[in-house]
Design a protein around this ligand. Structure first.
Ligand SMILES: NC(=O)c1ccc[n+]([C@@H]2O[C@H](COP(=O)([O-])OP(=O)(O)OC[C@H]3O[C@@H](n4cnc5c(N)ncnc54)[C@H](OP(=O)(O)O)[C@@H]3O)[C@@H](O)[C@H]2O)c1
Length: 301
């Protein structure tokens, strides 16, 4: 299937006009697409999104705007994607051959399968980014990886959409999406958790809160740069990588006294880091065994 025959850009409908839906609409209209309609739960929100995306129609009823659209984005919260798609299908709201897309990272395109009853094809397109606002999403989608999977006939259209959004294409299978999303959670959400741990320990150490993050930032950036340059495990530095058993023992003692609530997380990360140090080859067996004895076991057998 040729993505857009004759280079005519398709008519796009957006269902769910929050951060991602509105930003997708704005980026697509700027790329020459026609936004034929937008619908969201609240009519005033739909009106605002219609202004931003220069949409021809807005509604609080999805199937009023999906009829006539060649591409439909369902950008509601994840838990509502399947039921929203089902309701549109029940009202015969999808055109034959329309491409129906959701943007969830964790869910596969299979949750849109009811759209196939109308003769539509389905796909998912996940921007691998974290967006706090519409403006941020408009700025960040171009240059971000966009992970896609779906029906074979839908994919040429979705690839074209990613290219027009300025995204970088990454293809995956439906079965692997949840695992892929768990990786994204580790890289983004758990990084926040790790920073929280570091800042709390700094606070316990008496560092002023307003400079604590600033002081850590060059270290964080240096570590990311090392990972980019050397990869893992070679980028690993620090006491576990060097086999400094007494330093690790002192850390655990200090945490036990000042911040015992963080000990399980700190020990768990330490044990995992011992494995990385072993893989790097920087740890002899004696030091590794001592570190494992210090840090584990985390849970009774
Ligand atoms: N934000 C991110 O960082 C990010 C990144 C990558 C992917 N995603 C994915 O993008 C999708 C949308 O996320 P988001 O962050 O844009 O969420 P959001 O800002 O909460 O927007 C969701 C929108 O859906 C509308 N909505 C709720 N129920 C609806 C219904 N029954 N019918 C029609 N519209 C409905 C809501 O508007 P009303 O209240 O007016 O109904 C709301 O504006 C999700 O699948 C998410 O996983 C998000």
């Amino acid at each position: 299937m040729q993505a857009f025959p004759g280079k005519i850009k398709p008519a796009v409908a957006l269902i769910g006009c929050g951060t991602v839906g509105t930003a997708m609409g704005k980026l697509l209209v700027d790329a020459g697409y026609r936004i034929s309609g937008v619908a969201t739960g609240n009519l005033e929100t739909a009106r605002g999104a219609a202004e931003v995306t220069r949409s021809e129609k807005f509604s609080d009823c999805p199937w009023e705007v999906t009829r006539g659209a060649n591409v439909v984005f369902i950008t509601t919260p994840d838990d509502l994607i399947e039921s929203t798609c089902n309701r549109i299908s029940e009202h015969r709201g999808f055109e034959q051959d329309a491409v129906v897309i959701h943007c969830s990272g964790a869910l596969s395109s299979d949750i849109l399968s009811s759209a196939r009853d109308c003769g539509a094809v389905v796909a998912s397109l996940h921007p691998l980014q974290s967006f706090a606002s519409v403006d941020e999403a408009i700025a960040l989608v171009p240059g971000s990886y966009c992970t896609i999977e779906g029906d074979k006939v839908a994919l040429p259209v979705v690839r074209q959409v990613v290219q027009d959004l300025g995204g970088i294409l990454l293809e995956i299978t439906a079965e692997k999406k949840t695992l892929y999303h768990a990786g994204a959670v580790a890289a983004s959400n758990y990084l926040v958790t790790l920073m929280h741990l570091a800042l709390e320990l700094n606070e316990s150490a008496g560092l002023p809160g307003d400079i604590s993050f600033k002081a850590l930032l060059p270290l964080i950036k240096g570590t990311l740069s090392n990972i980019g340059a050397k990869g893992i495990p070679d980028a690993l530095t620090g006491p576990i990588g060097r086999g400094d058993v007494q330093t690790v023992a002192a850390h655990l003692k200090a945490l036990k006294k000042a911040a015992p609530e963080f000990l399980p997380l700190f020990r768990c990360l330490g044990l995992y880091t011992v494995d990385l140090a072993r893989a790097k080859g920087s740890l002899n067996k004696e030091a590794a065994d001592k570190l494992v004895a210090l840090l584990g076991p985390l849970w009774p057998a």
